[in-house]
Each structure stands twice: as C-alpha cells, then as structure tokens.
Design a protein around this ligand. Structure first.
Ligand SMILES: [Zn+2]
Length: 426
C-alpha cells in the first residue's frame, strides 16, 4: 500500500512539474515570437505583423487552439509541440488573418481605383544632388509600386490607375525611360492615365519628352482610351499628343470618364475639357491634375510650404501667363459639371495629404484629394456601391502596411478615411 501510494504521489508530482514546465515554455515562446515582430506571410503575400497587443492575443489563441489537443501520452499529460505549430501557422494557405494595419482584399461587389502620387525618387546619374554619380538611373520605389499594382489587380479589383504627375524629377530621357518601364508593368493590364506635372515639362509648358515616351499612339489600341487634346492652333509640343487625355471605363455597373489634365492647363485645354465633360455628361467624371491643394498663396520662404494657410492654390508653376492656377481651373471648368465628383492632385510633398469637399454649381459634391507621400505610398480608393461610400486607403507596398501617421500629417483620419458618394447602377 505504502509503495503504491508513494508511486501515485510521485506520478502526480511528476505531472505537476511537467505541466509547469510546459506552461513556462509556452509563455516564453509566444513572447519570443512577439518580440521579434515576425511577419507571417499568407497566400496573398500580405503579412500579419505580430508586434501589436491584439496580434499577440490572436497569436496566443492560435497556439492554444492548435495545441490542445494534439496529444502524445507521457504520464497522462499533453505534450505541446510549438515548433511544428509555428510552421503550420506560417504556411497555412487558408489563413485569412490580417493585422488591422494591413490592406484588406476587395470584397465582391466593390472595386478600386489606385492613385500613384509623384514618383520622383530617382537614383544615379543626373539626379538631383548627384552631380558626380555615374551609376545607372533607377527608381526602385516606382518599380515596386507598379509591381504591387500589377500583382494585385485581381485581389484589389483594380479598374483604373491614375498617376498625378511629376512622373520624373529631372526632365531627361534617362528618367523618362525608367518611368516608361515602370508604367509598362500596367500597360495592357489595366486602364490608366497620367497628368503631366511641372517637372514633366519645361517652364513654358513644352512636354515633348513626355510625349515621346507616352504619346497617344501608345494608347490608341485600347478601347478605354478616349483621345486627347490636339492643340490645332499651336505646336503639339505644348499641351498636345496625350498631354491632356481622357479615358473611359465601366465598373460596378457604372460608366466613368477620367480626365488627366496637365499642370496649370491653359484656357484652350480647359475649353476642350469642358466640351468633353459635356459630351460625356451621362458618365460619372473624375479628374486628375498635378497642382490642386496646398499653400493658397505662393510661398515666399520654405516654412510657408508647411505653415501657410492651405486650400485650393492661387498660383502657377508652368505655362507662363497662359497657365491657370488650381483656383482658376476650378472656376473655369471643374465647378461647371454636374457629373464631376472627384479631383485628385499631387505636387505638394510638404502638405502631403489634404482633402476638401466642395459643391459644384449644380449642387454636386466634388471631393478634392491631395496625396504626395514621397516614398511613403500610394492610394487605393475602394468603391463600395452597396453602402454609397468610397474607402480611401493610403498604403505602402514596400512595408506592406497602411499609413497611420506621418511627421507632417499626424492624424490617421487624413490617411485612412471614408467619403460618401451615391452609387446606383446607371
Ligand atoms: Zn510638382
């Protein structure tokens, strides 16, 4: 009896000690995992960042769920196998878990329009501040952005891509060649348009290098390409040959027209834009033009770019006296059209993110959206017809994360927000 009792006590003690060790091991493993902020890639190449508290809980739960049971018998206790469990979590192809900071897949019934802000992060010979650099010109950030867009056309249900301009930093063939290579990743895969920025032309508005690399002939084979301003009374190098273009596409049972207008488009371009928007008045209209929101008055000192009162800008950079400021473009064109609901712009990296809702002459709300994040990311605008809203997401394909805050614009609501827009099938 004594021996049996002792043996039972011994077994119970052994079980308790063993369980205690397992709890300690498990605890250590979860925290070691969390502290490393490891990214777990799922089948969509997105990632689950386990650095936040919520993810720690989620990960601990995942471990718990998978560990009890599998069992193996040793003195009647459950044996935990953390290593194999971690592998199972990493490679689970059915995992839909996403960190709140990740971009969700586009659900059925929604679609996305992607905005590419200024892409001026060129490196190598001839780039700004690189007078002695003889290495080849590259733009790895631009490359990765269009790589990501091309790879996510299906998952994000991308129906259109718009580049806000300043596609190059220095108006030189070497940079244009790189830019064309980047945009070619989208060519033939998704409709897209480009607004010619101030860096993409000369002071008097000559955009002949842009026209060499992105002429109308490059797009005419596509059914979605609607043509461009031809400048019949002047040189094509000013405003012509796809420097101001229109695209037509359908999504969510709705028909859209997208206009891409050059920076400070002169009056003759705006007359063409007016007649084009009038001609396609049965379509919902968007415009991208390079300059839009930023310091209202032309800055006189560097700090003004950050601190001066902001809104629709009253000054110009290109086309000399012929150039129209963003405010003039609004007055002469944008506000006149009842079908226009959105104007996107870039150019102002020191304002970075800004938006305002304005009312057109016909009472239609027009959302004006600035994004210029430098290397910080692109915008994915998710149209959700069932709830009449557009979810705007600022997303960095390099870090695979949503923008929460920047040193210039702290508020998350300026980077991740929702805007109302009534959508019903046309
Ligand atoms: Zn610019």
């Amino acid at each position: 009896m004594k021996i049996t009792f002792s043996s039972q006590r011994h077994q119970q003690l052994l079980r308790l000690v063993f369980l205690g060790c397992l709890v300690l091991l498990f605890h250590h493993d979860v925290h070691a995992e969390s502290n490393r902020s490891t990214r777990f890639h799922d089948n969509y190449s997105s990632s689950l960042d386990v650095s936040s508290a919520s993810s720690k809980i989620e990960l601990a739960h995942e471990f718990g769920r998978l560990h009890f049971p599998p069992k193996s018998q040793f003195g009647g206790s459950t044996v935990i196998q953390p290593r194999s469990t971690r592998v199972a979590l990493v490679s689970d192809p059915t995992s839909k878990k996403r960190h709140p900071n990740q971009l969700e897949l586009a659900p059925e019934g929604t679609f996305s329009i992607v905005i590419i802000p200024d892409t001026q992060r060129y490196q190598g010979s001839g780039t700004k501040g690189a007078a002695n650099d003889s290495s080849m010109v590259t733009n790895p950030i631009f490359e990765k952005w269009t790589d990501w867009i091309a790879a996510n056309i299906k998952q994000q249900r991308i129906k259109f891509v718009s580049h806000v301009g300043d596609i190059v930093d220095v108006n030189h063939p070497a940079q244009w060649s790189i830019a064309k290579g980047c945009m070619d990743k989208l060519h033939g895969r998704v409709p897209y348009g480009i607004s010619v920025g101030n860096h993409d032309m000369t002071g008097d508005g000559n955009s002949s290098l842009y026209q060499k690399f992105f002429p109308k002939a490059h797009f005419e084979r596509f059914s979605w390409y609607g043509g461009c301003f031809e400048n019949p009374n002047g040189s094509q190098s000013i405003s012509g040959n796809n420097s101001n273009s229109l695209q037509l596409f359908e999504a969510g049972g709705m028909k859209f027209i997208y206009l891409h207008l050059e920076c400070n488009a002169p009056d003759n371009v705006l007359h063409w834009a007016n007649s084009t928007l009038e001609h396609y008045r049965d379509r919902r209209a968007l415009i991208t033009t390079h300059m839009g929101l930023g310091p209202r008055d032309k800055p006189t000192q560097p700090q003004d770019y950050f601190d001066a009162p902001k809104g629709r800008m009253l000054w110009t950079k290109r086309h000399g006296d012929r150039g129209n400021s963003p405010q003039q473009m609004w007055d002469k064109c944008f506000k006149l059209h009842p079908n226009l609901f959105m104007v996107c712009c870039g150019d102002q990296s020191r304002t970075q993110a800004m938006r305002q809702e304005s009312i057109g002459e016909h009472g239609n709300p027009i959302h004006e959206l600035l994004s210029d994040y430098g290397e910080g990311g692109i915008r994915v605008m998710r149209f959700i017809p069932s709830s009449n809203r557009i979810e705007v997401r600022t997303y960095d394909p390099l870090s695979q994360s949503l923008c929460e805050s920047t040193s210039i614009v702290k508020d998350r609501d300026q980077h991740q927000f929702s805007i109302p827009y009534v959508m019903k099938p046309d």
